[in-house]
Design a protein around this ligand. Structure first.
Ligand SMILES: [Ca+2]
Length: 316
């Protein structure tokens, strides 16, 4: 019995080692995959203006919240509906958290970037060398929670058709299969032009960085640990590119309000800007065996991640 048990133990041990080796290669492979990802977002340049001073805190407030909708239409780089290409598959990732570091209200599609009402500009720092978003001071928000609140009296009067938002951080969960085992991983990705990160927690594990990271830095945590890397390629869809071109290396999403957002200065009630972001099959890979399951170990390359469009409405 002892001998049999020992054999079994050796077998289990060997199998475990073997699996761990494969998983190590798998995760290295994922590391490689993410380094060539495209991030599907609507971007524009990051301007820098001052945040309006605090106003009448007893007066009506304007709040903002983000919702993630796996059933919202799936848009391409030009803001037009796009189905899943043949041979590809996608999942709608489950968002855990997000952050933004710039919010601008724009009167029309022709309003030059940075000349609208900039109502939020996140803190920046040169601690890492070049100017960068200060991740420590970012507001990290769960889906549906209030991301930010302003005194409505401090929002410049006007009629705004568009809102421009720079998403700077996203954290979501995606399923995958490896060695026949269904697993989940948590992805943290940094979308700002440059972010100074002291450290960040992906799911359970904290990653020490203590330096600036350019747009595209990511970390992926599974039960086997954390891998991180830098996406070298970022795709930037812009539905109003004809009238409002996006400078390279920029990071703003543009959305049209369902109806123009009017600020008259005479408001008496609180209002909320409700952003709805499409996650419909936004995590997309080449599904070589056509089973709708991401199997990176079998060479199924990820071709897109991020979000698939954004809608805005004001709730009174
Ligand atoms: Ca597959």
């Amino acid at each position: 019995m002892l001998v049999k048990s020992s054999w079994k133990q050796k077998l289990i041990f060997k199998t475990t080692i073997h699996q761990n080796e494969e998983l190590y290669y798998l995760l290295s492979f994922i590391f490689y995959l993410f380094s060539i990802l495209s991030i599907l977002l609507t971007f524009a340049a990051c301007a820098s203006d001052d945040i309006p001073p605090a106003g009448n805190e007893d007066g009506p407030q304007l709040s903002m919240e983000f919702h993630f909708n796996p059933n919202q239409e799936r848009l391409n780089n030009f803001g037009l509906p796009q189905g899943m290409p043949a041979g590809h598959a996608g999942v709608s990732p489950e968002f855990n958290a997000m952050s933004a570091h710039y919010v601008e209200l724009a009167a029309t599609a022709f309003t030059p970037l940075g000349t609208g009402a900039i109502i939020y500009q996140g803190a920046e720092t040169t601690d890492g060398g070049e100017m960068a978003i200060d991740f420590d001071q970012e507001v990290i928000c769960a889906p549906g929670a209030t991301f930010m609140e302003w005194d409505l009296s401090e929002v410049p009067e006007g009629t705004y058709e568009y809102i421009r938002i720079s998403l700077s951080y996203q954290n979501y969960t995606v399923p995958f299969r490896a060695l026949g085992i269904d697993l989940e991983g948590t992805l943290a990705s940094f979308l700002g032009y440059n972010t100074y990160i002291e450290n960040h927690t992906v799911n359970q594990e904290m990653v020490e960085v203590s330096s600036n990271k350019k747009q595209g830095y990511w970390a992926f945590e599974t039960q086997y640990g954390v891998h991180s890397g830098d996406a070298s390629n970022t795709t930037v869809p812009n539905p109003i590119s004809a009238s409002s071109p996006i400078p390279a290396g920029s990071c703003l999403l543009t959305a049209r309000f369902n109806e123009p957002f009017q600020v008259t200065g005479e408001e008496t009630d609180d209002q909320a800007i409700r952003m709805s972001i499409s996650t419909k099959q936004s995590f997309e890979w080449i599904d070589t065996n056509n089973n709708g399951i991401w199997e990176p170990l079998d060479g199924e390359l990820v071709v897109d991640m991020g979000v698939r469009g954004m809608k805005a409405e004001v709730v009174k």
